[in-house]
Design a binder for this molecule. Structure first.
Ligand SMILES: Cc1cc2nc3c(=O)[nH]c(=O)nc-3n(C[C@H](O)[C@H](O)[C@H](O)COP(=O)(O)O)c2cc1C
Length: 134
């Protein structure tokens, strides 16, 4: 059984850009090596993450992530069984405070969540809009 978790969190204060880039890059590498799909974004002090993969792997990873002191206020949006085939690998992105809204990037992020059922995709789409645009 595959499983997906989506959450938002607050980056620890004074987290250097280099540390954030390192979290994004190492997560992308490890997740791709372990058949986990999804997306990890950082913008203006917050993380948004979706992890999807084999249920035990995802549960263990999320327990690890929750204990990571580089972020806090972890607010889980949902955890769901997944009935579709995995989509397209893992991606991560650092969105600078000065980034312009980029419709192509937004579409790419939406493509990363196609593994979710329709209602979950719509919920994530709404959160992503707030996360990226406002
Ligand atoms: C916001 C955030 C998201 C993370 N996401 C992942 C992830 O998707 N995959 C991953 O391997 N590590 C992720 N990490 C790092 C883990 O918390 C942890 O450092 C990593 O799994 C290595 O654990 P270990 O030191 O016990 O081997 C994330 C950390 C943070 C702060």
């Amino acid at each position: 059984m595959r499983y997906a978790i989506v959450y938002l969190s607050t980056a620890s204060e004074d987290l250097e850009e280099e540390v954030i880039e390192n979290i994004l890059k190492s997560s992308k590498t490890w997740n791709n090596q372990n058949d986990i799909t999804g997306l990890l974004l950082f913008s203006e002090g917050s993380f948004f993450q979706i992890i999807e993969g084999e249920k035990n792997t995802i549960s263990e990873l999320f327990e690890n992530i929750k204990e990571d002191d580089r972020h806090h206020n972890i607010m889980q949006i949902f955890g769901k069984d997944i009935h579709k085939d995995a989509y397209d690998g893992y991606d991560s992105d650092f969105i600078s405070n000065y980034a312009e809204y980029d419709p192509e990037k937004f579409q790419h992020y939406l493509d990363q969540i196609k593994v979710l059922d329709f209602a979950a995709q719509k919920a994530v789409e709404k959160i992503l809009k707030v996360f990226l645009i406002y």
